[in-house]
Design a protein around this ligand. Structure first.
Ligand SMILES: Cc1cc2nc3c(=O)[nH]c(=O)nc-3n(C[C@H](O)[C@H](O)[C@H](O)COP(=O)(O)OP(=O)(O)OC[C@H]3O[C@@H](n4cnc5c(N)ncnc54)[C@H](O)[C@@H]3O)c2cc1C
Length: 529
């Protein structure tokens, strides 16, 4: 198949890696992986490390799926176009695949949360307990102890989740009754049990809503909150990290490891068909040509995999119904801004880099604000005053922007994929204008500091990254779609595996679905071949 599957653009993955994929794939591999998201890459690297021949086919030019750094949008800037911070990446993968040797480096985002208020006050939280106590006491002295109790309880929740992520048979019932109740409940209830200050409540509830088309009082958002506190990458339960060079460095390190162990990676190589016969997967078709394999692992969204790539007659009606009914309507919009100077917050003035610039910046003063943001979208198509969280890595990693310049990454909800009347260019730009205007209430210099902007509404996330419905996690991460109710790694078709976020434990840059698929494949290959 000369020239049809192009050479992977992986020549300068890291300073120390200059390996090339062959110009064209072989006709047979032990395993073919569909998609080079970070999970597909983790799966491929582990299979290759175990001595299996592996080929990865990625439809995009760049590897990494939603964990990507893009250096070519604006001169001198490197953008984490989609995901921007990391916590859930499995430390086992970092060790096993020697990801640090392949260029992965990260550091704690600390302080971690900042909310400016319009009355001139603000709240800044980080790893320093006495500083947190002072910040909280400025609002309500009683909440300092409540916050400590909240941290202790949610760290336990996060630990329990992390421990369940590698279970061979995911079962929600593994948790004790109290834990199940919290995970099934709402993020608002969980937070309100511990603290009463509105801005503190909002700051804590926020993680229960990320990527999720539900409001703060909706059942199941308790799970989303705990999921965001499950990470152990930094050896501190629930802490989040910035990755040097942006989130693409995670994918680059995984790809470099996969290549080092012998995997072949082909980019700009969409798979158009998963070949199956006699109830088992046999390979894939890409560019009109066939590549055979003992097993196929798909990193694509479950709907892409089961409805578009596979002949659905291979699946029984009940399973197909689950695929069709899978909740994957995303409410999240990403706005990337290149800034000529740092935002100067009225509540903490100054254009010089200060601790709050490196924290996640929120604007919600209360849970009610977040509830209204959700209800507006349900009723009128989008939030009048959206949930907004912003990240700036450039104050701590200046290599990502030209000297003195910065990137403000904004993640906003609710701007649902399926809004009435659909998405137009005008609606995208209006959404971005609205977000900038809200931020400008707190940092008046922001609008004129903007030199470039990129708006990614949910349909753009679908087109660019293959996130069906624009859902950042390959489908909602709430009870009914988690643990035994998420898609299993082993699919109903023999020798066909799901190695992406549609499988347990779901979305975020964790590598768990990829690791779990590799373990299942190696087990099954050993059993029969
Ligand atoms: C805007 C945004 C912000 C986010 N923020 C964070 C964050 O800060 N931290 C965090 O941990 N998580 C975050 N997430 C979620 C996280 O990025 C994803 O859950 C995760 O990256 C998904 O990884 P994956 O490997 O399972 O799938 P994906 O990254 O979706 O990769 C799937 C890959 O399969 C490829 N593919 C699909 N179909 C085919 C085909 N037919 N042939 C070949 N290739 C195919 C796709 O092109 C893609 O490369 C965010 C996501 C988004 C969109």
């Amino acid at each position: 198949m000369p020239g049809l599957l192009r050479l992977a653009s992986i020549v300068s993955l890291t300073a120390s890696t200059s390996l090339r994929a062959p110009a064209r794939p072989q006709s047979f591999y032990d395993a073919v992986v569909v998609g080079a998201g970070h999970n597909g890459l983790a799966c491929a690297a582990l299979l290759a490390k175990a001595g299996r021949s592996v080929a990865v086919f990625e439809r995009c030019r760049r590897l990494g799926g939603a964990a990507v750094s893009e250096p070519d949008l604006w001169p001198g800037y490197t953008l984490s176009t989609a995901s921007y911070v990391c916590s859930l990446l499995d430390p086992w993968l970092v060790e096993q695949l020697e990801l640090r040797e392949h260029g992965l480096a990260y550091y704690r985002k600390d302080p971690y949360a900042f909310t400016p208020l319009l009355d001139g006050r603000s709240l800044l939280l980080g790893s320093d307990r006495s500083s947190n106590a002072r910040e909280i006491a400025a609002f309500d002295r009683r909440d300092a102890a409540g916050f400590e109790a909240y941290v202790e309880r949610t760290e336990r929740l996060g630990r329990a989740l992390f421990d369940s992520f590698s279970d061979e048979q995911p079962r929600f019932e593994r948790f004790d009754a109290e834990t199940q109740r919290l995970l099934r409940g709402s993020a608002a209830e969980l937070v309100e049990r511990f603290v009463a200050t509105p801005v503190l409540q909002a700051e804590l509830v926020n993680d229960g809503l990320i990527g999720t088309y539900l409001g703060p009082y909706d059942p199941g958002t308790g799970y989303v909150l705990a999921h965001h506190l499950a990470g152990r990458l930094l050896n501190a339960q629930g802490a989040w990290a910035f990755v040097r060079g942006g989130m693409g460095s995670v994918s680059k390190a995984l790809a470099a490891a996969a290549i080092r162990y012998g995997a072949e990676i082909f980019s700009t190589a969409p798979v158009t068909k998963i070949l199956a016969a006699g109830g088992r997967a046999r390979g894939v078709e890409s560019g009109g040509h066939r590549v055979s394999a003992h097993v196929v692992a798909s990193n694509a969204h479950p709907r892409t995999m089961f409805l578009d790539l596979l002949d659905s007659s291979a699946l029984d009606p009940a399973f197909l119904a689950k695929v069709r009914e899978w909740k994957s309507t995303g409410p999240s919009l990403k706005l990337n801004l290149a800034l000529g100077e740092l935002p100067d917050f009225s509540s903490r003035p100054g254009r010089n880099a200060q601790p709050h610039h490196g924290a996640t910046i929120h604007v919600a003063p209360s849970i009610d604000y977040l509830q209204r943001a959700f209800e507006d979208a349900r009723e009128r198509g989008e939030s009048d005053e959206p949930l907004i969280e912003c990240f700036m890595q450039t104050p701590t990693d200046p290599s990502l922007a030209p000297p003195g310049k910065h990137i403000l990454a904004v993640f906003a909800q609710y701007f649902p994929y399926d809004r009435a009347g659909g998405w137009t260019e005008t609606k995208r730009e209006a959404a971005a204008d609205k977000i900038v205007a809200i931020l400008a209430r707190h940092a008046p210099n922001l609008p004129r500091a903007i030199e470039h902007r990129q708006v990614l509404a949910p349909p753009d996330l679908e087109t660019r990254f293959g996130l069906i419905g624009g859902h950042i996690f390959h489908g909602e991460l709430v009870p009914g779609q988690i643990y035994e109710d998420r898609f299993a790694t082993r699919t109903p078709v023999r020798d066909l595996y799901l190695c992406g976020s549609g499988a347990h434990p779901g979305g975020c840059v964790s590598g768990f679905p990829g690791k779990r698929a590799a373990a299942a494949i190696l087990h099954d290959l050993r059993a029969v071949r």
